[in-house]
Design a binder for this molecule. Structure first.
Ligand SMILES: [Zn+2]
Length: 257
C-alpha cells in the first residue's frame, strides 16, 4: 500500500490503493498480492483490478480513507480472471465491469479446482447484468484502450490510458513485475514465446511517449529513465506472526528489502 502523501509525483493521476508484490510464498502456494489502482476521468471513478479475498477489509479501508464507498466506483476494469485480480467484483457489482471476451470464454471452461480462476465467481460474473465483455482494441474508459496480451492467460488485457499529462499502461499479469519486463522471461505462462510477444507489445507502448508509467500486476509502478525502468514509490511488504505463546507477542518480518 502506498499512502497517498507518499505517492511519487511522476505517478500523476493514478492512485495505487494497494501495491502488488513481486514474489511467491515458499511453502504455501501463490501469494496473490496484486495491485489495485484507482483512476478518475470525466466524473467516473474506476478501479483497475479488485484484489483477492484477503484484501477485502483493506479495500474498504482504502476507499473510506479517500472519502469513498464501494458504490462510488463506477467502473471495474479487470485485467484477467485470476482470483487475486477478479474475485472482489462482488463488492463492485453495481459498477460497469469490464473483462476480456476471450478471457471469459476461456475462464468458463477451465477444469474446476485446478487453476487460479475462481470458477463460480467467473460464472456469476458472466451472467451479471453490468458485465461488459470486450474485444481487442476496445475503448474501456475515457482515453483508455484494451489490448489483448496473451501468455499468462489467453485473454489477459493490458490497458493503455492516454491522459493529457502522461500515458499509463496497466499490464496486469501479462508482465507481473520488473524482472519479467526486463528479462522477457515469465513465471506462470502457458507459452513463453506468446508471453514474450505480449511483453514486447508493452515495451513498444511504453517507448511511445516519455514519462509513460507502467503499473504491473505485482510490483511497484515504473517509468523509463534512459530506457531503463525506474521504480516510483517505495516497496512496503511484511508479515506479522505469532511465534510466541501469547497473543501480545507479534514479530514483524519485513519483506520489502
Ligand atoms: Zn494472474
Amino acid at each position: 500500500m502506498i499512502a497517498m502523501e507518499d505517492q511519487d509525483p511522476a505517478l500523476g493521476d493514478v492512485d495505487i490503493m494497494i501495491c502488488g508484490f513481486p514474489g511467491k510464498s515458499v511453502c504455501h502456494g501463490g501469494l496473490g498480492w496484486s495491485t489495485v489502482a484507482m483512476i478518475r476521468a470525466e466524473g467516473r471513478t474506476a478501479l483497475v483490478d479488485a484484489g483477492n479475498f484477503g484484501m477485502r477489509k483493506l479495500i474498504l479501508e482504502q476507499l473510506s480513507g479517500r472519502g469513498l464507498a464501494p458504490a462510488d466506483v463506477t467502473d471495474l476494469l479487470l485485467t484477467h480472471s485470476h482470483y487475486d485480480h477478479s474475485v472482489n467484483w462482488t463488492l463492485f457489482r453495481h459498477a460497469r465491469i469490464v473483462v476480456g471476451a476471450a478471457e471469459m470464454e476461456w475462464a468458463l471452461q477451465v477444469p474446476w479446482g485446478e487453476t487460479p480462476v475462481p470458477e463460480l465467481y467467473v460464472r456469476a460474473l458472466d451472467d451479471w447484468s453490468t458485465c461488459e465483455k470486450v474485444a481487442d482494441g476496445a475503448t474501456v474508459f475515457p482515453g483508455m484502450t484494451a489490448h489483448v496480451a496473451p501468455g499468462h492467460t489467453p485473454g489477459c488485457l493490458v490497458f493503455h490510458w492516454r491522459t493529457p499529462q502522461r500515458d499509463y499502461i496497466f499490464t496486469g499479469d501479462a508482465a507481473k513485475n520488473r524482472a519479467e519486463l526486463v528479462s522477457r522471461d515469465t513465471d506462470m505462462t502457458y507459452d513463453a514465446a506468446v508471453s514474450r510477444r505480449s511483453i514486447e507489445m508493452i515495451w513498444s507502448l511504453w517507448r511511445q511517449r516519455a514519462g509513460t508509467v507502467v503499473v504491473p500486476g505485482h510490483d511497484l509502478p515504473m517509468v523509463l529513465d534512459n530506457g531503463r525502468p525506474r521504480y516510483l514509490g517505495k516497496r512496503r511488504a511484511g508479515i506479522r506472526a505469532w511465534y510466541g505463546r501469547d497473543m501480545q507477542t507479534l514479530i514483524e518480518i519485513d519483506l520489502a528489502s
